[in-house]
Unconditional design. Sequence first.
Length: 172
Amino acid sequence: MPFMKQRPSEISETEFMVTYGVIYEHSPWIAKGAWEAKDSGNLDTLQGLHNAMKKAVADGSDEAKMRLICAHPDLAGKLAISGELTEESKSEQAGAELDRCTPEEFEEFQTLNADYKTKFGFPFIVAVKGMDRTEILAHFRARINNDRETEFATALEQIDRIAFFRLSDLAE
């Protein structure tokens, strides 16, 4: 049974891109890759579509992966303050109560964001769904001690997890 009312494999490419091109933050190339591989997998289940999108990411160049990582906003960062997040990111950050940080938590997020970017060259990414800001800060504090290769891989894993949550939300 398809996870959506309309089977992803049976809609037009344009409809597919409108619906799924926003799943990975500012990176419609991933949905395009899943669409182009639709004959080799099942896009009509949540797991099948997610796997096709994950494969598109995995098959991407290191440069494309870096652009994907860098397309994500800082947690409790300037874009959140100015209201410039995508609707998906705004909802996810609000769900983790990042919009209700104490001044001390906000300052720690700002410091960690800056230190992390300086060390790794890309923003800290964690799938915040089901977490609160204290849990997120704990992950941030622990992961900043990792090496760049570990964090690059972890960022991509977290992005895939975010995509799974976003796809799940579409099915509800």
